[in-house]
Each structure stands twice: as C-alpha cells, then as structure tokens.
Write a protein that binds this ligand. Structure first.
Ligand SMILES: Cc1cc2nc3c(=O)[nH]c(=O)nc-3n(C[C@H](O)[C@H](O)[C@H](O)COP(=O)(O)O)c2cc1C
Length: 292
C-alpha cells in the first residue's frame, strides 16, 4: 500500500492549476504528465454543450479517429473497457436508425411523459407544439449528422472488477458507468475539435440492434451524432458548486425534502428548456409549448 498519494513512478499527484506556486523541479516532473493547464480544461468543459442541430457537411475521418482515441482512454471498473463503438456514415443506415428512434423509442417515451405535469416533462416533450421542433423530430433529426458513433456495452467485460460490485441487487454500475465515461470523453473530444455532439439515449434497444446486427447479449447504450453545429453556441446551466459540495460530513441543510425536489425540478426546467430549445432551433421555445 502506498504511504502517500502518487503515480506508479512515485511522483506526487497534485491537482494544482497552472496558477499554483511550484518549484522548478515540480514543474519539470509535471511536464511528462500533462503539458496543458487547468484553465484550458475548464474552458473546454464549459464550452462543450449538447448540439441537437448539426450540419450535414462531412467531417474529416481523422476527427472521428481522434474522438474514438479519446474514448478509448476512459476510466472503467478494473479497466474492463466494456465498450464497442460502431461508426455509422451510411445515409440509409442513419435514416433507419432515426426511423426506429422516432417510431419506437420516442413513441414509448412520449407516452410516459404524458403521465406528468406539462412543466415537469422532459424538455423535448414540452416542445411538441413548436413547429420547428416537430419537423426536426419527425423529419430527418440527427440522421442528417455526417457521423453517428454508437456506443455498445458488453456486460461480460465488467467482470474484470470485483464480484462484490454486482451483488446484493445493485445494478450493473461498472458497465453503465464505463459507458458513460467513454461517452463523456468523446463529447469533450468533439468539442475540442470544434464539433457539436448529442447524447441520444436508447431506451428500447432491440430494434436498434436489428438495424446494426448487434448481438442480443450486448447493450445498445446510446447514439452520438457528431458534426459541425448548425446553431450558435449557448452557455450551459449547472447548479452552483456550493449547492452540491459538503465538507467532512453530509450537510443536512442541503438535503431536499420531497417538496423541495419538486420545486427544484420545476426551477430546473425553467432554466433548461430555453437551452434545450436553443440546441435544436437556435432560439427560445414558443410560450406554453405553442398551446397558447
Ligand atoms: C446519461 C445521459 C443521458 C442523456 N440523454 C439524452 C438524450 O436522450 N437526448 C439528448 O438530446 N440529450 C441527452 N443527454 C444530454 C443532456 O440533456 C445534457 O447533457 C444536459 O441537459 C446538460 O446540457 P449540456 O450538455 O448542453 O451542457 C443525456 C446526457 C446524459 C449524461
């Protein structure tokens, strides 16, 4: 067991930004790890946003490879790397995936979202009366993107990790977390290359598997359309840091009652619906979902 934190060569870890005070020796030691700085990373993280309206213009093959390369380096439980990536550029296959999405996946979600208060529904389902959005969804949608990266999971690879992680009814977290990590890395890579990307969750997997010939045993996790943005960038929305950070022990003053959770969700929707709308259409939503 290590006595102090450090990497495999015994160099100390430090999370200091480029602004932190360092000795020359420390700086030299850092250089072999990462030659960039914290601010560059923060800027990338903050400027990346979901872009749900992409130009059909082709992107260089090299960009796709570079995005996949970053995804390859994601963390995963015991380094199981439970992912496979399918790169789809063929127009007919993209169209078929989107048809399945609109007809089978969204049909189910649309129904589920009708069960709750309009303002609490997922933003995509608060906008059904906005003509432009409707056209997007029932038209070509993300199938117009030059490239789709499909992220698949192989649950067997997660067994690289300790068996305890999967016992006592806990979920397959080492599979889903690994897939989420590789996705996040690739979204950032796309942003770093000046591309937009979307994270299309797949809820009803089977029809998508049939389109791509994916074995039943695998998980069809998500589709990541990537391409040049067709809408101008818009700043993302996040909770303040102080709201989510606790020091030493859990701060019960930050624990939400059920009423507070509902209030939070309503408030969140108010902030994120305009951002969502923007990511599709480049403008705010029609008031009252266009009902008024
Ligand atoms: C697990 C997960 C599932 C998501 N599913 C979808 C999705 O199905 N469709 C979509 O357009 N965006 C999806 N997103 C993107 C989120 O809506 C988005 O990251 C969030 O609203 C913050 O906005 P930003 O990405 O623009 O910063 C998903 C993101 C994650 C991490």
């Amino acid at each position: 067991m290590r006595k102090t934190g450090g990497d495999h060569k015994g160099r100390p870890y430090n999370g200091r930004s480029s602004h932190a005070q360092r000795t020359d020796t420390e700086t030299a030691m850092d250089q072999r790890n990462f030659t960039g700085d914290y601010d560059t990373l923060l800027e990338l993280v903050k400027t990346r946003v979901s872009v749900r309206n992409l130009k059909p213009d082709p992107i260089p093959d090299d960009y796709v490879t570079r995005i996949l390369e970053i995804g390859r380096w994601a963390m995963s439980g015991a380094n199981g790397q439970p992912w496979d990536f399918v790169v789809v550029k063929d127009a007919a296959i993209k169209k078929e995936l989107f048809r399945v999405y609109a007809e089978e996946n969204n049909d189910f979600i649309y129904w589920m979202e009708q069960q709750r208060d309009f303002k609490l529904r997922h933003p995509s389902f608060q906008m059904t009366h906005d003509e432009a959005l409707q056209k997007q969804r029932t038209g070509v949608g993300w199938s117009i993107a030059p490239v789709l990266i499909v992220i698949l999971g192989d649950g067997r690879r997660q067994w690289a990790t300790v068996q305890g992680a999967h016992t006592f009814g806990r979920d397959q977290s080492h599979l889903t977390d690994g897939l989420a990590n590789t996705a996040m890395m690739m979204h950032l890579a796309a942003g770093a290359l000046g591309l937009g990307s979307q994270h299309v969750t797949i809820h009803i997997q089977e029809p998508f598997k049939r389109v791509l010939g994916v074995p039943d045993l695998l998980t069809f996790s998500l589709i990541m359309p990537i391409g040049y943005p067709a809408v101008p960038p818009k700043e993302g929305v996040r909770r303040p840091l102080d709201d989510m950070v606790h020091h030493e022990t859990f701060d019960m003053s930050k624990y939400l009652t059920n009423e507070q959770v509902l209030k939070y969700l309503y408030g969140l929707r108010e902030k994120t619906v305009p951002v969502y709308s923007h990511s599709y259409t480049g403008r705010p939503p029609v008031p009252d979902g266009g009902k008024a």
